[in-house]
Design a protein around this ligand. Structure first.
Ligand code: GLY
Length: 391
């Protein structure tokens, strides 16, 4: 057996456990959407608001749910997973057509997993059309002369104007895909300029990252970094650093800009240098072994995928081996210590102990939809060697 086959065999029980949980959650939720995180280990339906019903399709995390269903479909070929994913295509097509909750750069997360994935897997033309419409909405957020896409809120909101965040790197693949599909250069131009700005300003000299950064929307001048979900403006929010590893790697693949490959490596090396003994990071990398701060397993799941991607981009075999080994070790640490099976508990989450927003005390030490998605993607990466990424 090769090392890769041995690892796939070792991971088989974890894959089975994850699939069982996804099946159970499909039975619970039907076409509704779970909340961003579990509450005491249980996913509840997304709360109703004045505009949205209980379990409605709003916020930035709903697509991780169909994303898991498409991964499960690829792992099993089971038509139940495909049917579940296809129901969500209809709802995401409706969301973009009706203009519901679209004032965010997270259209990339939302439409890559809910619509680009099924288009790639089944040729679903409703999904393709919805993803192209979402890409057009995302492009409205491109700010000249700064050359960045604004992350959050209405473009006229003074608190958010000219601000972008490291997470945005993961939203760029929707634009790259739209450029490929449409042949329009404006998508690639936006990706090239936005990612170059992040490499220059969001990545600090010591290889850590700012969570968010402001540009002057009138002059385009780069202003200053600030946090939103980290421990402090100058600390390194763990999930942001993980988004940096994966996002810079994906955007290097898309643009060929060598600065982005170097940025992904710098993010990765900093992340790996700040791992605690059990290889699963605290929610901010300012915390180290001995701290009683919560871990963020979702950051490690994202990093496990990003490191695997980064390994595949290396021309130097020693560097490829370094990142591939780190990816496999991180996934193994999650399977062995951060899953319901490892702890002998019952939970709706695939992965335990993630943190949504510690400063606001939201979703601390719970399962999360994105933690579950990236944990399952990491399992797929090691189990289906020919898997093609959705991003
Ligand atoms: N993209 C938002 C987060 O990682 O919390």
């Amino acid at each position: 057996m090769t090392l890769a086959t041995e690892l796939a065999t070792e991971l088989a029980p974890a894959v089975d456990a994850a699939l069982t949980t996804v099946r159970r959650n499909i039975a619970t939720f039907g076409s509704r959407y779970p909340d961003d995180t579990t509450t005491d280990g249980r996913y509840l339906p997304r709360p109703a608001t004045e505009e949205f019903p209980l379990g409605g399709n709003r916020g930035w995390t709903t697509s991780f749910w169909p994303g898991m269903q498409w991964l499960a479909y690829e792992l099993t070929g089971d038509e139940d997973f495909r049917r579940a994913g296809e129901e969500h295509v209809q709802d995401f097509a409706r969301r973009v057509a009706q203009g519901e909750d679209l004032l965010t750069h997270d259209l990339g997360f939302l439409y890559t997993l809910s619509c680009v994935a099924p288009w790639r897997l089944t040729g679903d033309t409703v999904a393709r059309q919805a993803a192209l419409e979402a890409a057009d909405h995302l492009m409205v957020r491109f700010l000249e002369p700064a050359g960045i896409l604004q992350a959050w809120g209405d473009l006229s909101d003074p608190a958010q104007r000219g601000r972008t965040i490291v997470d945005s790197l993961m939203n760029m693949p929707l634009l790259t895909w739209a450029g490929e599909q449409s042949g329009a250069e404006r998508f690639d131009d936006a990706v090239r300029r936005h990612t170059a700005q992040l490499a220059e300003h969001v990545l600090r000299d010591d290889d850590s990252t700012f969570h968010t950064f402001y540009w002057d929307p009138v002059t385009g001048e780069a202003l200053h970094g600030a946090t939103e979900q980290g421990a402090g403006d100058d600390s390194c929010w763990a999930r942001g650093q993980a988004w940096g590893i994966y996002g810079f790697a994906l955007n290097y693949r898309a643009t060929g800009n060598p600065a982005l490959l170097r940025s992904a490596e710098r993010c990765a090396d900093y992340f790996l240098a700040h791992l605690p003994d059990d290889k699963v990071v605290y929610w901010d990398l300012v915390y180290t072994d001995g701290s009683d701060a919560p871990r963020d397993s979702s950051a490690s799941a994202i990093a496990a995928c990003g490191l695997h991607e980064l390994a595949s981009l290396q021309t130097d075999p020693a560097k490829a081996e370094k990142y591939a080994v780190a990816a496999a070790e991180m996934l193994r640490a999650l399977v062995e210590h951060y899953t319901p099976a490892a702890e002998g508990v019952d939970s709706d989450a695939l992965l335990l102990h993630s943190v949504y927003d510690a400063p606001k005390n939201i979703g601390v030490d719970e399962g999360s939809l994105w933690g579950d998605y990236f944990y399952l993607e990491a399992l797929v990466r090691h189990t289906l060697p020919a898997w093609t990424r959705y991003w």
